[in-house]
Ligand binder design. Structure first.
Ligand code: SF4
Length: 1010
C-alpha cells in the first residue's frame, strides 16, 4: 500500500492489501480500523470478556444505519454465529457520509434493541384515554380497525381528518407517497420546531433549503451553533470540520454558550442571543466597503438587476421600512396591508423592464450605501462583543476566498423571531465571496443528495389541508404542527385518525399541556395511533400503541448532504439480512424482530392494502407487486426494484461482485453514486433541452422541450414557466444559457421578490431585525433562557432507552454565569424558579463561566416523565399530573432508581435525577414568515420558594392561548396579502405538494385582484 492511498480522514479511500480491503486506523499505516469487507461473512475476534483466555467469537457483520438522529450514520451489526444475537454495533466504513465513525448514540443502539422496557406487542387502551390501562391486541385487529376508519374518512371526503405526524423521518419519501396514494394532504412534521428558520433563510437565497458545506476543504469554517456535538449532521459534519482544521482551516464559532465546538474554535464569540445577523452584516459591510468580495461572482450570479429594477419602480423603501435600528415586530402593528399591496403592485415583475441605466457599478454603489450602517460599532452595541474582535473575524473571513464553508441550522435561527434572517445573512457572506458550490464552499443540498425514483409514484393529493398549512403562514417552510392543539380548539376542524410516528409532541413541543388537553378530547381527536419503539409521554394519550422497529429492525433508504458527493444509505433489519445471507426466506420482518415488533414500511403497505382491498378506490395499485399482480408488494421487491432501476452505477458494481443490486446493498449498506458534483449552476443547458426558447427581461430562459427524466427525484423547487406554457430551463449569463439556481430569478436572490410580493417588502434584502428577546422587548427583571442546545449524548425521546447514554448524561441543570448567580444568591445545586409567560419550572442551578453573563440555558433532552407504571424506568421520573380548568401542575414523585429486569444492569442504576421538562412551560411563538417556533424565552429567574420542589411545573393553558393569539396577529395571511390569489408561492418547497389547482384560495377568501 502506498502512503498516497492513506488519505487522512477518508476511510473510503481504503486500499487493498493481500487482496483485502484495508481501512486505515488513526495511525494511518499500521492498524486497520475495521475488518476487511471481504471477511464480513465470517469474522473472528477474541472475546474481551473471556480475557485472559483466548476465546474466539465468530461473527457475521451486517450493515444498517443508525436511527437516533437525522445523520443516519452507517453501523455494522456484529451478529454472533453461535448465539444468533447482535453482540455489538460499530461503524460501517463503507458509508460515505460517516466513514465508519459514530457518536456515542450509534453503538448504544445495542442497548435499545435489548431494552427491558421496550414495547414488544401492539396495545389498545383498556380504560379512558390517558388512564394508563392497556391490553394486548393482534396486528390483524389493529390493521382492520384503522383501515376501516381511514377508508370511511376517504369515502366520506373527510380526508383532512387523517393526519400523520412524524419526528425525524430518517427516510426519503416513503410515507409521503403512502399519504399521496390515499389522496390525503395529511403529512405533518416536527420541522417547524426544529429547522424551518434556517431553511427559510437558505431557500430565499438559493431556492434550496439546506446548505451542504465542504468543511474538509475549507480555508475558513464559520459555524453558528455547536456543530461538533449537536449541529446538523453532526457526526459527518463534525469529522469534516476536524479534517478541515487539521489541514489548516480557521474555525469561527458563534455560540452564547461555551460549547464543545467553541472549545475547538480559533475565534469564538458569545453574542447576545438574536444579535447574530447584526454581526454578520457588519462582516458583509466590511467586505463590501473594502471591495473584498468576489465582484465577478456577484455580477454574474446575484439578481441585482431585479433589485435595481424594483428600486427604480418604487424607490428605496428601505429608509422608512427597513428596521435598521432593529425595530421589532412585537408590540408593533404589521405593515399596513394596503401599503404592502401597493408596493407589491408597483414591483410586479411582469411589468418590469430591464432599466437601461441599470448597471453593475450602480448596484455596487447602492450596496455600499445600504449596508454602510452595519458598522462593527453597531454590531458591538447589539451583540455585546467588542468591535475589534468582530473586525478581526471579518479580516479572517476576507482571507477565505471561495473556500469559505459556513453553517447554521438550529441555534439562533430556531431561537428568535425572524431567525431565518440569520441564515440569510450568513449565506450572504458565501454569496459575497463566491463560495457557492466550490471546493471548500457551500453547496445547495439537493446537489449533494440522491433520492431514487420508487417503483410506484402516486399523484399529488387533490386537496389542501388548512390544519397544517393555514393561510396565516403562506411562506412557512413546513407544517404549522405545533399549533395543532390551538387550531383544534379554535374549531378549525377535527381529526378522525391521528398517527404520531416516533414522535412525542407532548414532551418535545412547546405547550405540552395544550397537547394533553387536545389529545384527551375525543371530539377533537377521534383515534390516536402512536407508532413508537418506546414508551413516551404522547403514547400515554393514544388509543393504540404499535411497536415499531429500531434502526437494526427496519428498512429505509436515505441520502444526506454531508459533503460534495451523492450517496445512498440503506437501513435494514440486520437479523433478516443475516438469515437471507444464509439462504433462508424471510417475508415479513416480524419473523426476525423481537416480540411482534414490526417495521413501518411493511405496516404502511399492509394498511394501505386493507384500506382498498378490492382496488375500487384506486389506492391499492400503489402497493401492488409488479412481479405478482394482485398481491401486495413486499420490501424485497420494493427495494430490489429501486436498486436495479434508479441508482446509476449500482447494478454494474453489484454485478462485478456477482451480486444483485439488492444483495449488494444488504451486504455493504451504502453506495456512492458520485463525487465532486461541482457547480451545477454554471453548467450550460444542452441544446436538446432548448426548443422554441423565450427569454425574459432578466435573462430567464424558457423552453418547450420536455424535462429529461431523471432517476434522482430529490425535491427541487419549481419556479413558474412563462405565460405561453414553456418551462423555465435556465438563465442567460454573459450570453450563455446556464442551469442557474432553482429560484424564480434563476440566480441567487439577494432581493427576494417572493418576500416583497407576499407583504414583507421591508425584509426583501438581507436585514437585521430585532428579535422578540431583544433588550428593547424585555422588562427590566427579565433575561433570556436558551433551550435550543443539547448535550451530545442524548437526543429527544429516542435515546432514553440506552443505558450507557443514560449513565453518562441524565440531567439538565440551568447554566448561570457566576456574576448572575451571585446577584441571585444561588450556588450550584440550589433550586431556582424559572418563570415564563405561561408558568414556571423549578430546576437546579449550575454556576459556570461557560455562558454569557445574564443569559441562562437549559438542555432540552432531559426531563422525561411517566404517570403510570409503563415507561422508560432508567430515564423517566414518576410524576403526578393535576389540573383544574386551565391550571396544570406536574409534581415529581420519584426519580430513577434500581429495578429488576432481564438486564442485570438495571439493578446498578445509581442516579435519581433525570432532569426537568422545561418545554411544558413554553408558549407557542410561531414566526410570521418561516412558521418556525421561536424557542428563546423571556424569563424571570429567582431563588426557588420554600414550598418549591425539584421538577415542579405549573402552567396556565389559558395564558398559552393568549400568547398564541398575540403571535397570530403578527402574520400577514394569504387571504389579505397573496399577490396572485393563491395560498402559497407555488415555487417554494412543500412536503407532499398538492395538485396545483389546490393552491388557489377558496373564492370567498381571495384578496381583491391587483
Ligand atoms: S446519533 Fe450519532 S451515530 Fe447515530 S446517526 Fe446521529 S450522529 Fe450518527
Amino acid at each position: 500500500m502506498r502512503d498516497a492511498d492513506l488519505i487522512p480522514g477518508d476511510s473510503n479511500k481504503a486500499s487493498t492489501s493481500g487482496g483485502e480491503t484495508f481501512y486505515p486506523g488513526p495511525s494511518r499505516i499500521h492498524l486497520a480500523a475495521f475488518p476487511p469487507k471481504e471477511r464480513w461473512d465470517d469474522w473472528t475476534e477474541l472475546d474481551s470478556q473471556a480475557w485472559p483466555r483466548r476465546k474466539e467469537r465468530r461473527y457475521s457483520l451486517v450493515p444498517t444505519t443508525c436511527f437516533n438522529c437525522e445523520s443516519a450514520c452507517g453501523l455494522l451489526a456484529y451478529i454472533d454465529k453461535e448465539t444468533n444475537q447482535v453482540q455489538k454495533f460499530e461503524g460501517n466504513p463503507e458509508n460515505p457520509g460517516s466513514r465508519g465513525r459514530n457518536c456515542a448514540k450509534g453503538p448504544a443502539t445495542l442497548n435499545q434493541i435489548t431494552d427491558p422496557d421496550r414495547i414488544l406487542y401492539p396495545l389498545k387502551r383498556a380504560g379512558k384515554r390517558g388512564a394508563g390501562k392497556w391490553e394486548r391486541v393482534g396486528w390483524d385487529e389493529v390493521l382492520d380497525t384503522i383501515a376501516a376508519r381511514i377508508r370511511k374518512a376517504i369515502v366520506e371526503d373527510r380526508r383532512d381528518e387523517i393526519m400523520y405526524h412524524v419526528g425525524r423521518p430518517g427516510e426519503d419519501g416513503f410515507t409521503e407517497r403512502i399519504l399521496a396514494a390515499w389522496g390525503v394532504d395529511g403529512h405533518n412534521s416536527h420541522t417547524n420546531i426544529c429547522s424551518s428558520g434556517a431553511r427559510e433563510g437558505y431557500q430565499l437565497w438559493m431556492g434550496l433549503d439546506r446548505p451542504s458545506p465542504d468543511h474538509a476543504n475549507a480555508k475558513v469554517i464559520f459555524l453558528i451553533s455547536a456543530h461538533l456535538e449537536s449541529g446538523h449532521y453532526f457526526n459527518p459534519h463534525a469529522q469534516r470540520v476536524i479534517d478541515g482544521k487539521a489541514s489548516g482551516a480557521k474555525l469561527i464559532v458563534f455560540d452564547t454558550r461555551l460549547s464543545n465546538t467553541a472549545t475547538h474554535a480559533d475565534h469564538f464569540i458569545s453574542p447576545y442571543p438574536g444579535s447574530e445577523a447584526a454581526i454578520l452584516l457588519s462582516i458583509a459591510n466590511y467586505l463590501i466597503q473594502n471591495s473584498l468580495y468576489n465582484r465577478e461572482f456577484v455580477r454574474r450570479w446575484w439578481n441585482w438587476e431585479e433589485y435595481l429594477a424594483q428600486r427604480s419602480e418604487v424607490g428605496d423603501q428601505r429608509s422608512d421600512k427597513q428596521p435598521r435600528s432593529g425595530e421589532m415586530f412585537i408590540g408593533t402593528e404589521p405593515t399596513n396591508e394596503r401599503d404592502s399591496n401597493e408596493i407589491a403592485e408597483a414591483i410586479n415583475i411582469s411589468r418590469l423592464r430591464r432599466s437601461d441605466s441599470a448597471d453593475f457599478e450602480e448596484f455596487e454603489g447602492i450596496l455600499k450605501e445600504v449596508y454602510a450602517e452595519y458598522t462593527f460599532e453597531f454590531a458591538a452595541k447589539e451583540s455585546g462583543v467588542e468591535a475589534n474582535a468582530l473586525e478581526e473575524i471579518a479580516k479572517v473571513v476576507a482571507t477565505a476566498g471561495t473556500r469559505f464553508s459556513s453553517h447554521n441550522w438550529r441555534s439562533a435561527t430556531s431561537g428568535i423571531s425572524h431567525g431565518w434572517s440569520v441564515a440569510r445573512c450568513l449565506f450572504m457572506l458565501n454569496a459575497l465571496l463566491g463560495a457557492v458550490a466550490t471546493e471548500g464552499g457551500v453547496f445547495p443540498n439537493a446537489w449533494n443528495k440522491f433520492v431514487p425514483k420508487p417503483i410506484h409514484t402516486p399523484p399529488h393529493p387533490k386537496m389542501w389541508n388548512e390544519k397544517t398549512w393555514p393561510r396565516e403562514f403562506p411562506l412557512a417552510m413546513h407544517e404549522m404542527s405545533f399549533l395543532l392543539p390551538h387550531f383544534l380548539k379554535d374549531g378549525r376542524g377535527k381529526l378522525d385518525t391521528y398517527f404520531t410516528r416516533v414522535y412525542n409532541p407532548v414532551w418535545t413541543n412547546p405547550d405540552g399541556f395544550s397537547w394533553i388537553e387536545a389529545l384527551t378530547d375525543e371530539n377533537l381527536v377521534g383515534c390516536h395511533v402512536a407508532l413508537t419503539p418506546v414508551w413516551n409521554e404522547t403514547s400515554y394519550f393514544a388509543d393504540y400503541i404499535l411497536p415499531m422497529g429500531l434502526g437494526p429492525e427496519r428498512h429505509d433508504i436515505h441520502s444526506y448532504e454531508t459533503h460534495d458527493a451523492q450517496w445512498l444509505g440503506f437501513r435494514q433489519p440486520v437479523m433478516r439480512a443475516a438469515r437471507q445471507r444464509n439462504g433462508e426466506d424471510v417475508n415479513d420482518t416480524r419473523e426476525v424482530n423481537p416480540g411482534e415488533v414490526w417495521e413501518e414500511n411493511e405496516f404502511w403497505m399492509e394498511l394501505t392494502w386493507r384500506i382498498d382491498r378490492d382496488g375500487s378506490l384506486g389506492i391499492r395499485q400503489f402497493v401492488e407487486s409488479r412481479k405478482n399482480p394482485g398481491q401486495r408488494l413486499g420490501v424485497d421487491e420494493y427495494y430490489g426494484w429501486i436498486f436495479e432501476n434508479s441508482v446509476p452505477g449500482l447494478p454494474e458494481k453489484a454485478a462485478a461482485e456477482n451480486l444483485t443490486p439488492l444483495e449488494f446493498m444488504r451486504r455493504y449498506g451504502s453506495f456512492e453514486i458520485s463525487r465532486k458534483v461541482g457547480a451545477i449552476y454554471e453548467e450550460e443547458v444542452p441544446a436538446e433541452e432548448l426548443d422554441d426558447v423565450a427569454e425574459d427581461h432578466f435573462g430567464r430562459v424558457f423552453t418547450r422541450a420536455a424535462k429529461p427524466a431523471s432517476p434522482n427525484v430529490v425535491p427541487i423547487p419549481s419556479p413558474d414557466g412563462d405565460a405561453d406554457g414553456r418551462r423555465l430551463v435556465g438563465v442567460k449569463v454573459d450570453g450563455e444559457i446556464k442551469r442557474g439556481f432553482p429560484t424564480p430569478s434563476g440566480k441567487l436572490e439577494f432581493y427576494s421578490k417572493t418576500l416583497a410580493d407576499w407583504g414583507w417588502h421591508e425584509y426583501a434584502i438581507p436585514t437585521y431585525i430585532k428579535s422578540h428577546v431583544h433588550p428593547d422587548n424585555l422588562e427590566a427583571d427579565q433575561t433570556i433562557l436558551i433551550s435550543t442546545f443539547r448535550i451530545p449524548i442524548q437526543i429527544h425521546t429516542r435515546s432514553a432507552n440506552a443505558k450507557w447514554l443514560n449513565e453518562i448524561a441524565h440531567t439538565n441543570p440551568l447554566w448561570l454565569h457566576p456574576k448572575h448567580a451571585a446577584k441571585l444568591g444561588v450556588r450550584t445545586g440550589d433550586l431556582v424558579r424559572v418563570e415564563t409567560e405561561i408558568g414556571y419550572f423549578v430546576v437546579k442551578a449550575w454556576v459556570t463561566e461557560g455562558i454569557k453573563p445574564g443569559i441562562v440555558a437549559c438542555s432540552h433532552h432531559m426531563g422525561r416523565w411517566k404517570v403510570h407504571e409503563n415507561g422508560q424506568k432508567q430515564m423517566m421520573a414518576t410524576v403526578k399530573l393535576d389540573h383544574e380548568g386551565t391550571q396544570w401542575g406536574l409534581e415529581r414523585e420519584s426519580g430513577a432508581s434500581p429495578y429488576e429486569s432481564k438486564d442485570a444492569d438495571t439493578l446498578r442504576i445509581w442516579w435519581n435525577d433525570v432532569g426537568v421538562h422545561q418545554n411544558l412551560t413554553f408558549p407557542v411563538h410561531p414566526d410570521p414568515i418561516s412558521g418556525m417556533h421561536c424557542w428563546h424565552q423571556a424569563v424571570r429567574v429567582r431563588k426557588a420558594e420554600s414550598a418549591d420542589s425539584y421538577g415542579d411545573i405549573h402552567v396556565d393553558t389559558e395564558k398559552s392561548r393568549e400568547v398564541y393569539r398575540k403571535w397570530l396577529t403578527m402574520t400577514r395571511p394569504a387571504d389579505k396579502y397573496s399577490p396572485d390569489q393563491t395560498r402559497r408561492p407555488y415555487w417554494m418547497l412543500r412536503p407532499l405538494k398538492p395538485a396545483r389547482e389546490f393552491y388557489k384560495l377558496p373564492e370567498s377568501t381571495k384578496p381583491a385582484p391587483r
